[in-house]
Design a protein around this ligand. Structure first.
Ligand SMILES: *[C@@H]1O[C@H](CO)[C@@H](O)[C@H](O)[C@H]1NC(C)=O
Ligand SMILES: *[C@@H]1O[C@H](CO)[C@@H](O)[C@H](O)[C@H]1NC(C)=O
Length: 359
């Protein structure tokens, strides 16, 4: 029999020891993680390992909603603010105050109903009809001029409805974002590289997100916002980029701007749900009603074809939807039913729902 070298035995014992040690620390990490306020079933798509040891951020965040004075924006803001007030005080919510950042340059008829901060639009013509290009400029102005008590900010949009109390999902200086399946920086390398130079690292450093929904430390957003504005204007100015990104250009601009500042987002799949694709509300926090919901009377989705029953925000471009919309037929997913019920509750309770902006 061959003699086994003592060195080999020592290495074997050490190896065994370290393997056990690693396993134990993993279990310990797992346990700390589960004992925190978020359960382990919460699906993080991206969560840097070192963050698991960190403290959760339980400080309050300010809800910041960028909007215009168009009736289409206004009715959505009224529903959005209604549900903010409802969930704000619920256990588990870290919501602070609320501001509608109105980037139309002048007050409108909702100033009394919704806390509002008026900022300037971009100079005439600069947005080329792409209104959302005003968002970064709106945030730059608001951050510079407004008194904001909270340390964190949630960037929200008018077609968001808070369906469950939303905790501060950010952790320290790491913001939380929602992964959009259609934001794929790696598929647009040639364009992205115009704004994100090689020396910054691989294109995969860019998160598949937009600016909303994002919960972010105010001091971090103060750094990103001017870059976001600059990048979005440069992207819009470049015909190739403009054509390639289309209506999601401003989302890419935010994703690139944050990566340029070495900011990486925790990607939180439960942040938001998007009917009709997401059928269950479950523990998710925000219903985003950007897609039309079209169904036949058997409760089957007829996406892309006007359904016998439908709810689509774009049906109400010039004024608010009427109160008491008809509920979907049996068989339609819970998320869609919940959305329509929440819209109905808001429009029922908001004073002057039918009279404002009708005419
Ligand atoms: C963006 O920033 C660059 C470098 O600071 C500057 O040269 C450029 O003029 C800016 N572009 C816009 C549209 O603000
Ligand atoms: C809403 O409409 C339904 C019919 O679709 C009706 O039965 C119900 O009474 C209405 N509710 C309110 C509050 O108007």
């Amino acid at each position: 029999m061959k003699r086994v070298s003592p060195l080999f035995l020592v290495l074997l014992v050490l190896g065994f020891f370290f393997a056990t040690y690693n396993l134990l620390t993993m279990i310990i990490h797992y346990k700390t993680y589960t004992s925190e306020q978020w359960d382990f079933s919460n699906p993080f798509i991206q969560m840097p390992w070192n963050l698991m040891e960190g403290e959760g951020s339980n400080s309050k965040y300010h809800v910041a909603l960028t909007a215009t004075d168009a009736p289409y924006s206004q009715w959505q803001c009224r529903i959005m603010y209604y549900w903010y007030k409802k969930v704000k005080e619920m256990p588990g919510s870290d919501m602070g105050k609320f501001t509608r950042i109105l980037h139309s340059g002048k007050p409108d008829n909702l100033m009394e109903e919704i806390p509002t901060f008026v900022v300037d639009p971009l100079p005439e013509g600069l947005d080329r009809g792409y209104i959302v290009l005003n968002r970064p400029w709106a945030f730059v102005q608001w951050l510079e001029k407004a008194m904001i008590d909270e340390e964190y900010i949630l960037m929200a949009e008018p077609d968001h409805v808070f369906v469950n109390p939303l905790p501060n999902l950010a952790r320290g200086k790491h913001p939380a974002g929602f992964p959009f399946f259609y934001i794929k920086p790696s598929d647009h390398k040639h364009v992205i590289r115009k704004y994100y130079p090689e020396e910054k690292g691989p294109v995969t450093n860019i998160d598949p997100i937009g600016n909303s929904p994002v919960i972010i430390k105010k001091s971090v957003l103060e750094k990103i916002a001017p870059t976001w504005m600059n990048i979005s204007l440069r992207m819009k100015d470049d015909p190739v980029t403009d054509k390639e990104f289309g209506w999601v250009l401003e989302m890419y601009a935010y994703a690139v701007a944050s990566a340029l500042h070495d900011v990486h987002h925790i990607l939180h799949k439960d942040f938001m749900l998007q009917p009709p694709w997401d059928t269950e509300v479950g523990k998710k926090f925000i219903i985003h009603y950007t897609y039309g919901c079209d169904y036949n009377l058997k409760g089957e989705l007829t996406y892309g074809k006007i359904g016998e029953w439908r709810f689509d925000k774009r049906s109400y471009l010039s004024g608010p939807p009427p109160r008491n919309l008809s509920l979907p037929p049996p068989g339609v997913p819970e998320s869609v039913v919940k959305l329509v019920k929440m819209v109905n509750e808001a429009t029922e309770d908001i004073p002057n729902w039918d009279t404002l902006n009708r005419g």
